[in-house]
Design a binder for this molecule. Structure first.
Ligand code: SF4
Length: 139
């Protein structure tokens, strides 16, 4: 880097979610590299903020369609946090998913969502729709 090259510096505040204290960690970075962090009260917060700055992740909660169930949708979530950059692709993939009732809590509704290696699981059970005794058709 030349002596006159401008350094890109930024500050970002990240709230640690590892305990109810919710420390506000200020991350200072130069050209994308962390050069200082303040505001954390234990090593967990430092590690969390560093990871969140470099690769922010989120647990994805949403719903998918159900065929033959007593509800038309089932709530689902990613088993682990996935990269924020993959959330859009994950939602597109889930829009194509339709699962067949019955569904139990914890059932995998989609493996390896958006190539992350993380599975989407049901967070609620959905029973099969009851049949009409006379016609045998779902009611
Ligand atoms: S930095 Fe430590 S004390 Fe602060 S919120 Fe995170 S885990 Fe809790």
């Amino acid at each position: 880097m030349s002596v006159n090259a401008k350094k890109e510096t930024e500050k970002e505040e990240i709230i640690c979610i590892n305990c109810p204290k919710g420390c506000r960690v200020e991350v200072e970075a130069e050209n994308g590299e962390i050069i200082d962090m303040t505001g954390y009260e234990c090593p967990l917060g430092k590690d969390y903020a560093a990871e969140e700055y470099k690769n922010p992740t989120r647990v994805l909660p949403t719903t998918v369609r159900v065929r033959g169930g007593e509800h038309p949708l089932v709530p689902v979530k990613s088993e682990k946090p996935i990269s924020k950059g993959r959330l859009g692709q994950a939602m597109n993939e889930l829009a194509e998913v339709e699962v067949k009732a019955p569904i139990c809590v914890g059932d995998v509704v989609k493996e390896d969502i958006a190539g992350t290696g993380v599975d989407m699981v049901a967070t609620r059970s959905v029973k099969k729709k009851a049949n009409n005794r006379k016609t045998g058709k779902a009611v």
